[in-house]
Ligand binder design. Structure first.
Ligand SMILES: [Fe+2]
Ligand SMILES: [Fe+2]
Length: 313
């Protein structure tokens, strides 16, 4: 099959977008961000300045929520990314705007929660938001198939990171609101995952190449946050989002859903891409196991040190 132009590809997939948009609108529940925020806890910052002891969340839970929020904050850039790939016409355009409107709630509800409960230093948060949005987000010139493949993994990664952050807080209000956000991310993932599945039928080799490239080069959308590497390490150490989760709960389920490793009829380009993908995923699995082992060893050492210190006390 000759390579489709971007416009041909968008037109080919438009009926699938329309069908999935209808499905999405039928099951997505309207929800009110303000109903998830404990407003009665709010106090004026000029009367009672912020200090860390005011939050009931652990330091790592606060870091995770802050990373999730700053990631969501860059929505204008994400909108530009998908708008420039998928366009504003027809069902694609309706989806782009609807998706953006749904995503808008996420930063809103997390920010309101963190400010009202004093979970973050509000000045630091605002400086972080300015830095994050001023630098913007650039996916690096992905084509349509790459953009669709990326968001399939990214929406699922975001869903899991919100959900696990919520659990980690051990704070029922935070857990409830992050679980609600995670439901949205899951529906977004399903939408894109279905589109990629259809793309495999329209352009199997190019789609396989896009999927391989996006899995191999995957980076969380919040990677530009100041201090991201250090924060991501804390989040991984806490088991909120680590390589094992990325491999087992994000990469593998999506690849399985598409039947990537059972797909027949691929030409040389698609086959070569699948080999690269399989090698990378095996390496990711091995790295995940190494990370788990190192984390367990470090935890055992800390426990032993603590036991020795309390025996000497
Ligand atoms: Fe979101
Ligand atoms: Fe999303």
């Amino acid at each position: 099959m000759p390579t489709l132009t971007p416009t041909q590809l968008l037109l080919e997939l438009e009926p699938v977008v329309a069908e999935n948009l209808d499905r999405h609108l039928a099951i997505a529940k309207d929800w009110m961000p303000h109903e998830y925020v404990p407003w009665s806890k709010g106090r004026d910052f000029d009367v009672e300045p912020w200090e860390p002891s005011q939050s009931t969340l652990s330091p790592v839970a606060r870091v995770a929520m802050e990373v999730n929020l700053l990631t969501e904050d860059n929505l204008p850039s994400y909108h530009r990314e998908i708008d420039s790939r998928f366009g504003r016409d027809g069902a694609w355009g309706t989806w782009v705007h609807r998706w953006t409107a749904e995503e808008g709630r996420h930063a809103m509800v997390i920010r309101d929660y963190l400010l009202v409960t004093r979970g973050v230093d509000p000045d630091e948060l605002e400086r972080g938001r300015m830095q994050q949005m001023a630098q913007g987000y650039d996916s690096g010139g992905k084509n349509i198939l790459e953009a669709m493949a990326y968001v399939s993994f990214q929406e699922l990664a975001t869903r899991i990171s919100h959900r696990n952050t919520g659990r980690y807080t051990e704070e029922p209000v935070a857990e409830k609101l992050l679980a609600r956000v995670a439901v949205d991310e899951n529906l977004h993932m399903v939408f894109y995952r279905n589109l990629v599945k259809a793309a495999f039928e329209v352009a199997p080799d190019k789609t396989m190449a896009a999927v391989a490239d996006e899995v191999i080069g995957f980076e969380m959308p919040g990677a530009g946050i100041r201090g991201f590497a250090r924060k991501a390490a804390q989040i991984a150490k806490a088991g909120i989002y680590d390589l094992r989760i990325h491999h087992d709960d994000v990469v593998q389920p999506v690849l399985r859903h598409w039947g990537v490793f059972e797909m027949e009829g691929l030409a040389a380009e698609g086959q070569a891409a699948r080999v690269r993908l399989a090698e990378f995923v095996a390496g990711l699995d091995a790295s995940a196991s190494r990370f788990e082992q190192q984390r367990a060893e470090a935890a055992a050492k800390t426990a032993a040190r603590r036991a020795a210190a309390s025996a000497n006390a």
